[in-house]
Design a protein around this ligand. Structure first.
Ligand code: PEP
Ligand code: MG
Length: 325
């Protein structure tokens, strides 16, 4: 880097031709919270709650959760902290011992499916997040949405939790952004309809890639087939962005792809509004965005959407990246 880390931290996240991108942080552990401000992040784009929820073998109660979420929210206030509801299953620890292991855990009882079936657990978590909302700016997002019914139901349960708190006279903010994670191909294909029910979409590329190309994200035997730049993945991202745009809401990426400096020009060119990455990667992503030209990235993205192979998309994006940084 020619510029110092401090300069990068204090600078805006915008391309040379001033296309602004919100760059936020992915956080999983409490001890990471103090790295967020230091990294120059514009808030937290993904706070994963699995670790905290499953740490002790039983779910923490509502007040205990509310205390942690308050800490999360205060650590970045007045910037936003987006808290993701529990995403158990798949490669995450199971939320409760299953009588029999699932044959296909990634296609099984995880994410919002679990929450909608375990309303008590879900409501405790939502009420705890709502309670924390008076201490800063909270966002809530739901993992593994696969279609319209789930997002409608999740939003409905959230409304019930607002009523519960109001009845008890417990304050919460009325300015909370609610989002759907788009990480299942069926949701990307339905992004326009889903977007009508939320304030933002956040693309979880780790899962979106695995489900699109049918490659287990943690199985090394098939890892060479796990291709972030697969043309089908590009098209699903494009579709998600278009679906969000049509509803006037913002669209982010919180999967690993958001920190991929080779693919960054394509993602910027597709019109992504927000990228959420781990704090160690944040300065390099910001530095790279500041070296890009949005108009050039747009032309690249148009071209990338016509390319039939992941290799060609990588190559085209790499050329723009290499020229810029
Ligand atoms: C993703 O799937 O890209 C994502 C951000 O969620 P997780 O990695 O926690 O499944
Ligand atoms: Mg995911």
């Amino acid at each position: 880097f020619k510029t110092s880390l401090k300069e990068i931290r204090d600078s805006d996240t915008a391309t040379l031709d001033d296309r602004r991108i919100t760059l936020s942080a992915n956080v999983e552990f409490e001890h990471e919270l103090n790295q967020v401000a230091e990294s120059g992040a514009n808030g937290i784009g993904l706070f994963r709650t699995e670790f905290f929820m499953l740490e002790t073998g039983e779910f923490p109660d509502e007040p205990r959760q509310a205390r942690l979420y308050r800490q999360v929210v205060e650590s970045v206030a007045p910037k936003q902290a987006i808290i993701r509801t529990l995403d158990v299953g798949g490669d995450k620890l199971p939320g409760e011992p299953l009588a029999e292991p699932e044959p296909n855990p990634f296609l099984g009882w995880r994410g919002i499916r679990y929450s909608l079936d375990r309303r008590d657990v879900f409501k405790d978590q939502l009420r705890a997040i709502l309670r924390a909302s008076v201490h800063g700016k909270v966002g809530i997002m739901f993992p593994l949405i696969s279609g319209l019914r789930e997002i409608r139901e999740a939003v409905d349960v959230l409304d019930q939790c607002r009523e519960d708190l109001a009845d008890k006279g417990i304050p919460f903010s009325d300015d909370i952004e609610v989002g759907a994670m788009i990480e299942v191909p069926s949701a990307a294909l339905m992004a326009k309809e889903i977007a009508a029910h939320v304030d933002f979409l956040s693309i979880g590329t780790n899962d979106l890639i695995q489900y699109t190309v049918a490659v287990d994200r943690v199985n090394p035997r098939v890892s060479q087939l796990y291709k972030p730049a697969h043309p089908s993945v590009m098209r699903l991202i494009k579709m998600t962005i278009d679906g969000g745009r049509e509803n006037g809401i913002w669209i982010g990426i919180c999967g690993e792809m958001a920190a991929d400096l080779i693919l960054l020009p394509v993602l910027v060119g597709l019109g992504i509004d927000e990228l959420s990455v781990g704090t160690p990667r944040l300065p390099s992503v910001k530095h790279a965005i500041r070296a890009l030209n949005y108009e050039e990235c747009k032309a690249l993205a148009d071209e990338a959407l016509t390319l039939p192979e992941s290799r060609l998309i990588m190559q085209a994006s790499r050329e723009v990246a290499m020229k810029a940084y």
